[in-house]
Design a protein around this ligand. Sequence first.
Ligand code: 4NP
Length: 151
Amino acid sequence: MVCLGNICRSPLAEGILQDKIEKRGLDWEVASSGTAGYHVGELPDSRSMEISRKHGVDISHQRSQKFHPSFLDDYDFILAMDIANYEDILSLCTTDKQRQKVQLIMDYGDDPDITEVPDPYYGGRDGFANVYDMLDEAIDGFWQTVILAME
Ligand code: 4NP
């Protein structure tokens, strides 16, 4: 799960998917990171921690990390929150196998007109509630696609 700062959107995406993995008892590994290193080592934004806690998902153990090109080999899917993140990650790819892993997370959402998760950093709490709902829906779509492909 990749956004810009790895303190608002992608920590929520990591937490939501991690919650589903634990509930299903799977051993998938999920992580998040940012294309920029401004907040490396920091906790998620307090507004992300608050909205996830309201949904019963704890993300307070997470710490911001910068996206590293080795993740392109370490993980099977690289899900970007917006088009800038998507293009930044694609620019780091050196093989077609890596390029194929990079996707926009909202491609798994229900509304084909919504392509990006908006950056909520400079907005208020409503923005974070909206981002949580968007991610929850898209991660359900991702989950169903991946689980169906495995079965
Ligand atoms: P995120 O949000 O990419 O969802 O973590 C942001 C966090 C910090 C900044 C921008 C976006 N920033 O400019 O510091």
